[in-house]
Design a protein around this ligand. Structure first.
Ligand code: R5P
Length: 305
């Protein structure tokens, strides 16, 4: 009889970070998917080994090149079934389109609904992601779907820091601040952010926050252009925070995000290995937490014999 870990095979797609660490944490073989782009621009993937009766853990993060990574994810799921996987768990450490989770303006799509539903239709039996914009979106998958909370990794990275308070840059990120604060035994609060849905411009209303002389941990899911975090850090510094540390799951760092953040007086920028590493970012691995989620889903679904 196969051991629990050998039930799994980890398939690394073109967006397969952190697949090697995940395979190691699961004690499972790692299979690198072949991939290329046809001259006309279409994506091609191939899983070069049979998966006879295994649980395929397909790892495909969806940044950068969100659209291509998404199409490859669909292809990888279908291919895994084609080479004999009994069950397919799609692990998307970063799920693209998660922020378009409702129709902010008439005529817009619910993009995350399309993404998750399509993955299910392609054959994914379960879905795991890390710190999705809103966990409620996972219902669009229509099957077992899990969101990994990064708080234990951030808490470990912050060990040794003192006099902490955790702040979310907007109300939407409050549950992240709460979870991290609980892990750290610290208090938490949030700022009030408004984004113009047409221009994308951000304004923040400084609330009455007591951060005087504190080390503030600003926690969020994503740094894209860096506007949100830079603005929040400036407000917190102006309110007397002695140090601002940022903990975000997905440091996309688009354009001049790095410069904006440096200018805002941020001491440390902590992120996860859900997207490729960027200069100036202190990367910590989410692989252990993802491995726990993979084992949990397989056990709950009764896939481990
Ligand atoms: C928005 O609600 C998200 O949680 C992030 O705060 C936002 O997407 C970050 O974007 P940017 O870095 O461009 O301000």
């Amino acid at each position: 009889m196969l051991t629990m870990s050998s039930r799994f095979a980890v398939i690394a797609g073109p967006g397969g970070y952190p697949a090697p660490r995940l395979a190691e944490a699961l004690g499972a073989p790692l299979v690198e998917a072949e991939h290329k782009v046809f001259p006309d621009g279409e994506a091609y993937v191939r899983i070069p080994e049979g998966l006879g009766g295994r649980i395929a853990v397909v790892v495909q993060s969806m940044y950068p090149e969100q659209d291509r990574r998404f199409v490859e994810a669909l292809q990888l799921v279908e291919a895994a079934k084609g080479v004999g996987a009994e069950h397919v768990i799609l692990v998307a450490p970063y799920t693209a389109y998660a922020r378009q989770d409702r129709r902010f303006r008439t005529g817009e799509p619910i993009s995350i609904k399309v993404v998750l539903h399509s993955l299910r239709v392609a054959g994914a039996d379960a879905f795991i992601t890390v710190d999705i914009h809103k966990p409620e979106s996972l219902t669009y998958f229509g099957g077992p779907a899990y969101n990994v909370d990064p708080a234990p990794v951030f808490a470990e990275a912050l060990r040794g820091e003192e006099n902490l308070v955790v702040i979310a840059p907007d109300r939407g990120a409050l549950r992240r601040a709460k979870s991290l604060a609980e892990h750290l035994g610290a208090s938490y609060d949030y700022l009030e952010k408004f984004r113009d849905r047409v221009t994308g411009e951000i304004t923040m209303k400084p609330k009455e926050l007591n951060v005087e002389g504190k080390t503030v941990v600003l926690v969020d899911d994503i740094i894209s252009t860096g506007g949100t975090i830079a603005k929040a850090a400036e407000i917190l510094r102006s309110r007397g925070a002695s140090k601002v540390i940022v903990a975000v799951s997905h440091a996309l760092m688009v354009g001049n995000a790095r410069e904006k953040i440096a200018k805002a007086g941020i001491s440390r920028l902590i992120a996860l290995d859900t997207v490729p590493p960027k200069p100036g970012v202190e990367v910590h691995s989410a692989a252990g937490l993802i491995a726990d989620a993979v084992k949990r889903v397989a056990e709950e679904q009764g896939w481990l014999f």
